[in-house]
Design a protein around this ligand. Structure first.
Ligand SMILES: Nc1ncnc2c1ncn2[C@@H]1O[C@H](COP(=O)(O)OP(=O)(O)OP(=O)(O)O)[C@@H](O)[C@H]1O
Ligand SMILES: [Mg+2]
Length: 236
């Protein structure tokens, strides 16, 4: 069974076809990297799972339910490409707010955990508006994680995050799948991150070019590495 299954997904914005028959399959418990150029439909696809974007056509399922659906929302954690936080609240107030929204039990403990994980100890009482971009993204990721969702949708979560924390976050992503059984769909433009995914999908102009384990995709086009494979797929 799949954690996410999309068939023939279509979404138009006026004349622009953001999704043009996209097929996608994400297995339970994996880290799936959705990789593609700017404007290829990655964020649109993620938003369609949440119902932020309404699809014109196609079939979409997540966690065994038709998506989008209200019942799914408690099991999904979403980190949007642009942080959507309360800028006039502090870091811990934001985390508490999102935790309450999801009815997280033992919320204070969980807030402490998330603050520790994202190294936000020294910023916890600062207003989000006063934080650097990278710090704001940490809070945004914290808000997506706070209810320990079964499915995490992370839209470029590591942009602007320094290398030390980036490595720690990847360790956390791995633990979330291996130890907590979560499934993670992540978009990234960093090929070193793509390589760390269990499977990746190359998307171009709203269509899936290829899906598979990084090494399969590399072998499939006789490339040296994933970056070369990606370029070969995208350039046709
Ligand atoms: N609200 C909108 N109104 C009109 N066009 C939109 C809207 N959102 C996205 N698009 C268009 O749909 C296409 C896909 O956009 P999308 O944001 O899904 O791409 P992306 O793969 O996430 O790109 P990036 O890597 O830059 O984040 C683009 O051509 C974009 O301009
Ligand atoms: Mg995007």
């Amino acid at each position: 069974m799949e954690a996410i299954l999309g068939k023939g997904l279509e979404k138009r914005y006026g004349k622009v076809k953001a999704l043009d028959g996209l097929d996608i399959r994400v297995e339970y418990g994996e880290i799936y990297g959705l990789i593609g150029p700017n404007g290829s439909g990655k964020s649109t696809f993620i938003k369609s799972l949440l119902g932020i974007v309404r699809l014109d056509r196609g079939e979409l399922f997540a966690l065994g339910r038709r998506a989008p659906s209200k019942a799914l929302l408690k099991d999904i954690g979403y980190m949007p490409q642009e942080p959507a936080l309360y800028y006039n609240l502090t870091v811990e107030e934001n985390l508490r707010f999102f935790g309450k929204l999801y009815g997280v039990p033992r919320l204070e403990e969980v807030v402490e955990e998330v603050i520790g994980l994202l190294r936000l100890e020294e910023k916890r009482r600062e207003l989000v508006e006063s934080l650097s971009g990278g710090m704001q993204r940490r809070v945004s990721l914290g808000a997506a994680l706070i209810h320990k969702p079964k499915l995490l949708l992370l839209d470029e979560p590591t942009v602007g995050i320094d290398p030390v924390l980036r490595a720690e976050l990847w360790d956390y992503f791995r633990r979330a799948t291996k130890e907590m059984g979560a499934t993670i769909l992540i978009t990234t433009h960093y090929m070193d991150e793509a390589r760390r995914c269990d499977r990746v999908g190359f998307i171009l102009a709203g269509r899936m070019l290829a899906e598979g384990r990084p090494e399969e995709l590399v072998r499939g086009v006789g490339a040296e590495g994933l970056e070369e494979a990606y370029v070969k797929y995208v350039k046709g």
